[in-house]
Design a protein around this ligand. Structure first.
Ligand SMILES: Cc1cc2nc3c(=O)[nH]c(=O)nc-3n(C[C@H](O)[C@H](O)[C@H](O)COP(=O)(O)OP(=O)(O)OC[C@H]3O[C@@H](n4cnc5c(N)ncnc54)[C@H](O)[C@@H]3O)c2cc1C
Length: 523
């Protein structure tokens, strides 16, 4: 961590001075006073959780009103050698925006969105949520592959990769960025030139690559230009709930569906091991018993024969073994993509997770057995293990569907016929730092309530240990981890989020754009 030459009281005075030049305001954590509420999603970040999880405590929060506030704060940090971290909506479970002893550049109030239906792009500021982007794009019949829960901040989501609704056919959120506006601590290696710059494939391809998946290490992003995709107004959804004892059979059926379905149909599987609390199922279905839940959401319209074929396979799979009636419906786009929200929002909700990638072809019976056993051992009725769609492989050369006419022929929105790959002009290596492709996403989530009783009463250590044990059991199958859904509280976790070559490349880029190490180190 960078050590400032000023003492803490001197820094607080300097921050007051900074505040007088900003349109926003500065909130400082003063010695001897109750720490400021970090306004992060996870209740675990409100204070230490036993010995297992100790959240970082920033010196101050700069609540930016605009990009100039963000720029001036970065200049201040360079001058005083103080740690900084950007904040979008504070949804990272491990509190990655909380610069320990440093400044949080909080852009949650910067919420403008402008959609251009002609170019199928939108300009968004860092304080917007997945829901706000969705509401802005719906009137144009357009889609951005945002988070599975409406409140997820678009900003951190993109900068860490973004594995959202529609990832299989649209690619990750990071794959769908056209341009960033960013301030990095050193522009072209010169700290005195710290300024806002537009970064895209032409202006600075290396930084453009790095911001797409390793953005939190590189700079402070004040605006995103994102690519949008045409979407049907209604999305067919189907959810089948089976007792957990069926886990392996349902698991191998899931694998078959995952491999064979068109990219526009997104399957997911949830294992829950403890009874006693309503659990998530697509379309708002609730269930209380240990279960394995198979869901499909289709971005193809209901009349498409491929939807019928896939959904029929689910309708006919073990119909008598189901614990609940099949949920088979065609909700509106908005209803479908907000269907999980209710299960991820309650007062005191605490979460500890270990987001991982498993190559599609390695999703075998032994792995399913491990997940089944671990689900049975879960420590909270809300906890679960999720298998969801991951980032697709990329085929090159090929035009992106959003480019429309190619040589007089309409390009297809479907990825069928190109070997189930994402369309892109770029190769996999040059597309994004978020690059575990051709994998499914597998994540054990411990979810429980934080009460006034404290960590011991709430069983924090116990729940955290379950996630750590589950991640150890999954290790032989896991190829890497996901920066956006890992707690970043254990040594070596950042390294797990990139393959060796990408890690070297990220560190070289970091040395160029942040030579003082003001932003989070890459380890
Ligand atoms: C309920 C819930 C559901 C989720 N669902 C999904 C999901 O479906 N798919 C998925 O991929 N992830 C999901 N996530 C994880 C999510 O992607 C991350 O939490 C993401 O970081 C959220 O973005 P944010 O803007 O709120 O980030 P913050 O918590 O504000 O920040 C996260 C990191 O990004 C950096 N950062 C944020 N904004 C900026 C900026 N403008 N400039 C520089 N650095 C910045 C921060 O410094 C920090 O390191 C979910 C999280 C929650 C809580």
């Amino acid at each position: 961590m960078t050590i400032s030459h000023l003492s803490q009281p001197q820094l607080l005075v300097a921050l007051n001075e900074l505040s007088s030049h900003l349109d926003g305001q500065v909130l400082s954590n003063e010695p001897g006073k109750q720490p400021i509420d970090p306004h992060c999603w996870n209740a675990l970040l409100k204070g230490p959780s036993g010995k297992s999880f100790i959240p970082p405590v920033p010196l101050a929060y700069v609540q930016c009103a605009n990009r100039t506030d963000a720029l001036m704060t970065v200049q201040f940090a360079i001058e005083h050698g103080i740690r900084i971290q950007g904040k979008g909506c504070g949804h990272h479970y491990g509190g990655a925006c909380l610069a320990d002893g440093g400044i949080v550049i909080d852009m949650s109030r910067m919420k403008q969105i402008t959609v251009d239906p002609k170019t199928r792009t939108a300009i968004v500021q860092p304080g917007v949520t997945t829901e706000e982007v969705r509401k802005a794009t719906i009137p144009h019949g357009l889609h951005f592959p945002g988070g599975h829960i409406s409140s997820v901040g678009i900003s951190g989501f993109i900068l860490g990769g973004g594995n959202g609704w529609g990832v299989k056919h649209c690619g990750s959120a990071a794959d769908n960025v056209v341009e960033f506006e960013v301030v990095v601590p050193a522009t072209a290696g010169k700290e005195e030139e710290c300024k806002l710059q537009r970064v895209n494939q032409s202006t600075d391809p290396e930084l453009f690559w790095g911001l797409k998946g390793a953005g939190m290490f590189m700079g402070i992003v004040t605006e995103f230009v994102i690519q949008l995709h045409a979407t049907p107004q209604r999305l067919p959804c189907i959810t089948a709930v089976y007792p957990l004892s069926m886990a392996q059979k349902v698991g191998s059926f899931f694998q078959k569906v995952y491999m064979e379905a068109p990219l526009e149909i997104e399957p997911s599987l949830v294992y829950t091991g403890r009874e006693g609390a309503p659990k998530p199922g697509a379309n708002g279905m609730e269930y209380n018993d240990p279960a394995v839940v198979l869901s499909l959401v289709s971005f193809l319209p209901p009349e498409d024969p491929r939807v019928q074929a896939c959904f029929d396979a689910v309708r006919h799979f073990e119909p008598h073994a189901r614990s609940l009636p099949l949920l088979d419906s065609v909700p509106t786009y908005d209803e479908a993509l907000s269907s999980l929200d209710v299960f991820w929002s309650w007062s005191g909700l605490s979460l500890y997770s270990y987001g991982s990638f498993v190559p599609q072809e390695r999703l075998d019976g032994d792995f399913m057995q491990v997940l089944h056993k671990q689900a049975e051992a879960s420590t909270s009725p809300y906890s679960m293990i999720l298998i969801a769609a991951g980032n697709p492989r990329v085929q090159k050369p090929c035009r992106h569907p959003s480019e429309g006419q190619v040589d007089g022929q309409e390009t297809s929105q479907s990825a069928e016929g190109v070997g189930k790959c994402l369309y892109s002009k770029e190769s996999e290596e040059s597309l994004a730092a978020y690059n575990y492709r051709g994998c499914v996403y597998v994540c054990p989530y411990a979810l429980w309530s934080r009460t006034a009783g404290g960590a011991e009463v709430d069983g924090d250590e116990h729940h955290i240990a379950w996630v750590r044990n589950t991640s150890s059991a999954m290790k032989p199958w896991v190829t890497g981890c996901y920066l956006n859904e890992i707690m970043l509280d254990q040594p070596g976790q950042v390294e797990l989020c990139y393959d060796h070559d990408d890690l070297v490349r990220i560190r070289q880029l970091k040395a160029r754009v942040d030579p003082q190490g003001l932003l989070r180190p890459v380890h």
